[in-house]
Ligand binder design. Structure first.
Ligand code: XIL
Length: 304
């Protein structure tokens, strides 16, 4: 967000290369409402204005998360108070951007790696129904918005993906307005999630929209040309899967330049995860995605 305000090259590339934007932090609760009852919309509004000015759509991230919460939020207050605060928060944010944000990550990372519900303040205080409530409140605030459940580590086959599949099935069966599943896809250059294509396929078959919401592909440092080629392959395969799957409606990379990537701060020994290096030079991964998208366009426009 700082980069968007201060960095000319960042703004230029963002405007030129992408048809959609997502807030990396600016729409998280802790940032939006640093003091109780006083929303600070400056950063999130600026991002939306940037998108409008550049003909881009905005994917909203995120309404309910267990971290990046405001310090003032009562962690062990009354259940009713906390539930009301959550309802108010979702309603306020979604209403403000009604008609401007086309999709929301309504809940983020509600599952633990073993597939159980993640132990969070929301689960502890409100019980598992907070997930359904969050979707209903978001839907009421903007009936047009496409509502996603977003998580990491559910890209390939495994306990977490299975649990996510079951959870979404239960929610939909109960009439909860869950429209899609977001796969964060914070991946590594040296492996692909096992069975990712089939895994995406079963969610699509169940009638859900799919989104790749936070793709980055980290490499173990030091960077070599070979690792960047390998990284390009992972980026390309994930885009290919999204393009091959009509249900896949959105493809987002988590930052586009190594200059501002979250990876080095959160994954020790890894870095260089983005499409551009820290000097804003395009990497092989950029070329791989661009080539794939260009081929697609040619094929699409050649068909009658
Ligand atoms: C990260 C941001 O990139 C960081 O700048 C921030 O400090 C912490 O959050 N999954 C998510 C994202 O859903 O919101 C996280 O973003 C990365 C992991």
């Amino acid at each position: 967000m700082k980069a968007l305000n201060t960095h000319e090259a960042y703004r230029k590339v963002l405007a030129r290369e992408f048809s959609a934007v997502t807030a990396e932090s600016a729409m998280k609760w802790g940032q939006l409402e640093p003091r109780r009852g006083q929303y600070d919309w400056a950063s999130s509004d600026r991002l939306v204005e940037f998108a409008v000015a550049n003909g881009q759509s905005v994917y909203g991230h995120t309404l309910v998360w267990h971290t990046d919460l405001p310090a003032w939020l009562p962690r062990d207050g009354s259940r009713e108070e906390l539930r009301e605060l959550l309802r108010e928060h979702i309603t306020t944010v979604v209403s403000r951007y009604r008609g401007k944000v086309w999709a929301w990550d309504v809940v983020n990372e509600v599952l633990a790696d073993d597939g159980s519900m993640r132990d969070t303040v929301w689960l502890r205080e409100l019980g598992p129904d907070y997930v359904a409530d969050a979707f209903r409140w978001a839907h009421a605030a903007d009936p047009q918005a496409v509502l996603f459940i977003n998580d990491y580590g559910a890209e390939g086959r495994g306990a977490k993906a299975d649990a996510l599949y079951r959870l979404v099935g239960r929610l939909r069966a109960a009439g909860v307005p869950v429209h899609g599943v977001g796969f964060q896809a914070h991946l590594r250059a040296d492996t692909m999630p096992p069975g990712m294509e089939q895994n995406l396929g079963r969610f699509a078959k169940a009638g859900l929209r799919l989104a790749v919401t936070e793709l980055d592909v980290r490499v173990r440092l030091p960077v070599t040309e070979k690792k960047l080629e390998q990284q390009a392959g992972v980026y390309r395969r994930v885009l290919q899967m999204c393009l091959d799957q009509p249900a896949c409606v959105s493809f987002t990379v988590w930052g586009f330049t190594d200059a501002f990537s979250w990876i080095p701060g959160y994954h020790r020994g890894y870095g260089a995860a983005c499409l551009y290096d820290s000097g804003f030079a395009a990497k092989p991964a950029y070329t791989a995605l661009r080539t794939l998208l260009t081929q697609r366009r040619v094929i699409a426009s050649a068909s009658p």
